[in-house]
Design a protein around this ligand. Structure first.
Ligand code: KIV
Length: 288
C-alpha cells in the first residue's frame, strides 16, 4: 500500500520527520522505495539532472508524464508527486489538463506547482476535482528569468510577510503539503509551526516537518555540482567513472568477457552448420 496524504498529515501531527527525494526513472525509484522513503518527487529538476538542460524551463509535460510513469511503475509504497512543468499551469484550464495527464497517464498520486497566492484559485480548482496538490515557495526555479539565480528568499520584512501569506493561501486553497526551497531557517520554522499541513524544506534549515533533496546531489552523481544545502551520502559519480574506465580497459585488453559470461555450443553441430552453409554457397556460385 502506498503512503497517502493522510499518512503524511499524521506524520506531521506526530512530529515524525518526513523524508522526500527526487527520482526520475525506474531503477533509482525502486531503490528509493526499497529504502522506505515515503515521498518521491518526480521533479522538473530532471531537466538539469537527466536531460542536460541548464534549467527546468525547457522541460515539457511529455517529459514529465514519461518519467512519472517510469517512477510509478517501479514503486509500490512511496507517494509519487509529479511537478507541473513551466507554463503548464499558466491558466487554471491548462493546469487541469496538465494535472489530468500526470495523474491519469503518469499515474502520480499528486502534483506540485511553484508559486503562492497568485495560484491559489488554480490549486483550489484542482483540489475540488480530486487532485492532491503540493505547493512550492521560496526559490522557485521555473521563475529564474524573473527572480534570478538560486539564492535565499524571504530574508527581508516584505518578502517574509509575503511568504507567510502565500503559505497560508496555499493551505487554505487545499494544498496537502508545501515545499520551501532556500528559505531562512527561522522563517521556514515559523511557516511549518503555523501550517497544519506538512512543510518540507530544501535548504530551509532544521525546523521543517521534512526534507526533500535532489537524488543526484545526495548520491554524488554529478561530480562537479555540489549545492551547499545538500549532503553527499555517496560518490556514485566517481564509482561509476572508475567502473566504466575499468570496463573499457578490459574490453580493449580482451579481459572481458571471460568464460563465465560466455555460452558455448557443440563443435560438431557448428562444423555441420558451416559445411551446409558452404555447400549452399557453392551451389549458388555454380548457378551464377
Ligand atoms: O524539481 C525539483 O527537484 C524540485 C525540488 C528542488 C524540490 O522542485
Amino acid at each position: 500500500m502506498r503512503y497517502t496524504v493522510r499518512d503524511l498529515a499524521r506524520m506531521k501531527h506526530r512530529g515524525e520527520p518526513i523524508a522526500m527525494i527526487t527520482a526520475y526513472d525506474s531503477s533509482f525509484a525502486r531503490l528509493v522505495d526499497d529504502a522506505g522513503i515515503p515521498l518521491i518527487l518526480v521533479g522538473d529538476s530532471l531537466g538539469n539532472t537527466l536531460l542536460g538542460h541548464r534549467s527546468t524551463v525547457p522541460v515539457t509535460l511529455d517529459d514529465m508524464v514519461r518519467h512519472t510513469a517510469a517512477v510509478v511503475r517501479a514503486t509500490s509504497r512511496a507517494l509519487v508527486v509529479a511537478d507541473l512543468p513551466f507554463f503548464s499551469y499558466a491558466t487554471t484550464e491548462r493546469a487541469i489538463d496538465a494535472a489530468q495527464r500526470l495523474l491519469q497517464h503518469g499515474g502520480a498520486q499528486a502534483v506540485k506547482l511553484e508559486g503562492g497566492a497568485a495560484h491559489a484559485a488554480t490549486v483550489a480548482c484542482l483540489v475540488r476535482n480530486g487532485a492532491a496538490v503540493m505547493g512550492h515557495l521560496g526559490y522557485t526555479p521555473q521563475s529564474e528569468h524573473v527572480v534570478g539565480r538560486a539564492r535565499v528568499q524571504g530574508r527581508g520584512l516584505a518578502a517574509a510577510h509575503r511568504m507567510l501569506a502565500d503559505a497560508r493561501a496555499l493551505e487554505e486553497a487545499g494544498a496537502f503539503a508545501l515545499v520551501l526551497e532556500l528559505v531562512p531557517e527561522e522563517l521556514a520554522g515559523a511557516i511549518a509551526a503555523r501550517a497544519r499541513i506538512p512543510v518540507i524544506g530544501i535548504g530551509a534549515g532544521t525546523r521543517c516537518d521534512g526534507q526533500v533533496q535532489v537524488l543526484h546531489d545526495v548520491l554524488g552523481l554529478d561530480r562537479e555540482f555540489q549545492p551547499r544545502h545538500a549532503r553527499r551520502y555517496a560518490e556514485l559519480g566517481q564509482l561509476a567513472l572508475a567502473a566504466l574506465t575499468a570496463y573499457a580497459s578490459d574490453v580493449q585488453q580482451r579481459a572481458f568477457p571471460a568464460a563465465e559470461h560466455t555460452s558455448t555450443m557443440d563443435a560438431a553441430v557448428l562444423a555441420e552448420a558451416l559445411a551446409r552453409a558452404d555447400q549452399r554457397k557453392d551451389q549458388a556460385d555454380a548457378t551464377d
